[in-house]
Design a protein around this ligand. Sequence first.
Ligand code: 6R9
Length: 692
Amino acid sequence: PQQQQRRGVCGNAHAPRLSLRHAPRSSRCAPCRVAAPEAPTTVSASTLNTSFVQDKQQYEALYKRSIEDPAGFWAEIAEQFHWETKWERDHMRYNFDVRAGPISVEWFRGATTNIAYNCLDRHVLAGRGDQTCFIWEGNDVGREKSMTYAEALDEVCKLANWLRAAGVKKGDAVAVYMPMLLELPLAMLACARIGAVHSVVFGGFSAESLAQRMEDCKAKVLLTASGVMRGPKSIDLKKIADKACKLSAEAGHTVEHVLVYENDNAVPAADCPFTPGRDRWWQSEVAAQPTTCAPEWVEAEHPLFLLYTSGSTGKPKGVLHSTGGYMVYAATTMRHVFGLQQGDVYWCTADCGWITGHSYLAYGPLLNGTTQIVFEGVPTHPTPARCWEVVAAHGVTQFYTAPTAIRSLMSFGDQWVSQCDTSSLKLLGSVGEPINPEAWRWYHEVVGKGKCPIVDTWWQTETGGHMITPLPGAWPEKPGSATLPFFGVRPVVLDEKGNELQGEAEGILAISQPWPSTLRTVYGDHERYQSNYFGPFPGYYFTGDGCRRDADGYYWITGRVDDVINVSGHRIGTAEVESALVAHPACAEAAVVGYDHPIKGQGIYAYVTLMAGVEATKELKKELVGSVRSIIGAFAAPDVIHWAPGLPKTRSGKIMRRVLRKIASKEEDQLGDTSTLADPGVVATLVELRGK
Ligand code: 6R9
């Protein structure tokens, strides 16, 4: 797929164009200086299998087709993959309206495939086995390795054989709690190869969080590592994993096998706790396995993975994605949004513990046969030049990161970028939260030297792939806007009553028809799936985000409209942080809100009411923050603890978070209507206690 050349509007193939223009394309083809013919009359989706979208006119024709005939459109795209058996003619079925019965989404009915086969075997069989698949950059400078597609296939087969030998069968869940070693994406593929369902848990989560996830999906096996380096610090991952297994067993679920990768750079085997019988060493066990392993051909709707994500209430939800639709959508967005071409070196800085690492590190790049960087470290270690040194060393062409990383690197000054040769870059991507225009411009001017398009990609764990995003060079970007919907995505802007707003509008972002990688359920709780995503506005998938559509039809995401906060691009439910605070014996009640944070986007602001007689001290603040760290993970630690002898509540006892948000942002002069407050006096007390 990456062998195509760009076709000019003249219809001729042109050499790959490195710098993509921001201005709308004119109808004159610059390289060949001829007037372009009329827009192509064909709207076959298969044009997307061989060339990129040239302009808005072509996009509009293809987009219209994708909305009017989604089954036909995606079937044409899907032809490029290996399917062991093909789909039926009428392969797509769905119900998106709770009033008409249970929500269901099905694509490629009747087809069977294997995504790991499509990621690896397909390229090796086509003679591309020697191509570099991964270039790994360790946390410490100088620790590097690379792996070809053929080598990756061998490794995946060995691990898949080990999993089979350990008794893992099609449909079983496997928990993965790993640092960003190559073994992490390889482990995901090994699960997929045998039809097991992976559930990757980000390495920054605590033992409690890991245990909760393993119990929920009844993981038979846990894949983990002895330890991990984060900048200058080493973390005993296996100790946390052991605690999680213990907690899980106490709750009634026993993990049968734990496979431990000795990451000796962080924690050597001698310092790693080991339970004989249950635990096995990865290096010795996996090396002994054969390098061939027959793939399990699974139905298109077979579950591929679970990924837990925060919602506004209750415990994290196990978002379930299935195989066929996810594969086709992740691959297609990957190729078109990043404008992938042969010879590219792509780098996504996300951890595989989040959806971005699933779709645009583990699966999307491999489905396209891309060469990519896998980075174990942090962008500021050992210096803020690290990312740009890696770009220069490997000639990175596409770089995909989160606004929080951009803001953080920007705060160290331009010199760290300027001292490195970043001229190989031809496209920059952003994901995870709205990017503020200032960071957008720095990214564009300082990192991209003004020549790289910026793809600001809006999407979610639940959507599996990019939903609203620029396509490089096809239409002008606007700093801070994710621009237009990808093929097959029908966004609508709703008012609070669920009416669709037309034209320029501001409201709630919803999606009105399924796309191939729609989440299929919340694991073990279809009811919650229906009420959470399809209940608020019947007939629509509710995103939880607010948005504005401008006169050009561009979408501007304005942030979450529910009780989810987005800290450094990580989704955190306020309810989860509150319950972690209340778990501390001194805490009677807690209310958590987000506030503007210069680097993280949003910070966590926690109001805490103490038990009667408990003294409010600095030490206690530390303990409360520690409680959240140990129950959820360090990334969810509150930035501010604000003592609250009382919380603003309505007469029915509901906490008025709007009031708390205003106090947190020092805007108590703009409280709005507070007539429903049971005790208006609490506001003055809270303002007085700010900073204490
Ligand atoms: C991919 C990912 C999803 C939430 C989403 C929204 C925010 C993501 C964004 C963006 C503005 C963008 N978000 N990308 N907001 N512009 N380009 O991040 O998934 O972790 O599930 O978070 O992130 O609020 O609803 P996830």
